[in-house]
Design a binder for this molecule. Sequence first.
Ligand code: NAD
Length: 263
Amino acid sequence: MGLFEGKRGMIFGLANKNSIAWGISQALASEGAELGFSYAGEVLKKRVEPLVASIGSTFVEECDVTDEAAIDALFSKVAAHFGTIDFLVHSIAFAPREELGGRFVNTSREGFRIALDVSCYSLVALAKRAYPLMPNGGAMVAMTYYGAEKVTPNYNVMGVAKAALEATVRYLAWDLGQNQIRVNAISAGPIKTLAASGVSGFRKSLSYVGSVAPMGNVDQDDIGDAARYLLSDWSRKVTGEVLYVDGGFNIMGAPDPSADDKE
Ligand code: NAD
């Protein structure tokens, strides 16, 4: 019997087969989870629907997470379809492309607002509607990056949004603990996806991380397996944490100029 047999949950942030959300979905579906999906907009529909169908899911609905009425409408459908749910995956981020490169000091007020709204506040907005559907407790997971903690060139305002997201995870974990709901984040190493390719110099940092991280680069399946742990009873007392799944990159500290001389 699979780890998620009899469990139901919602996945936010599936765009295509390269999405981290897809790695997580496959890991959960392989353990018997029943999954519902929400995607950002009409243009993604033709990519998302076949993926969702391939793992036997029938609930797939569009929802822009910046639109309060759209989130309410979505969760009415979630409640009607599933009744109750056991978990939620938040795998969503966005900042205007011009904010993800160049000098951080030039970050615009509007770019900052959008990045924080889509990439951070949306977790609160989704949690607010999801927790009443988790009367028996549950688990939520959001996706973050090392740029929340240390300066990562070009990541800019997204690093600020991820720092806020990590703090949001802790506050939600504290608040929703009274409902027996755990909230954690996964800090993923760089992976080539649609969102990642919006960050200037992404390919360079992908190969840099791969060359210095003790376990090398990670992929969508590595994140899927970590999500399987954080969303299952195996992590039943773990909450408010950031779990690094980055091949050990975060333990490296500042770049070592002698790294190139290693034998
Ligand atoms: P992706 O492009 O596949 O996923 C990002 C998703 O966010 C897309 O599905 C997009 O449609 C969705 N989204 C954007 N604006 C939205 C809105 N207004 N409403 C609803 N959905 C919206 O890329 P990904 O790399 O799989 O990103 C998933 C998460 O993982 C993000 O939070 C990202 O910051 C995080 N992350 C990615 C990496 C990486 O290197 N790829 C590393 C660490 C963390």
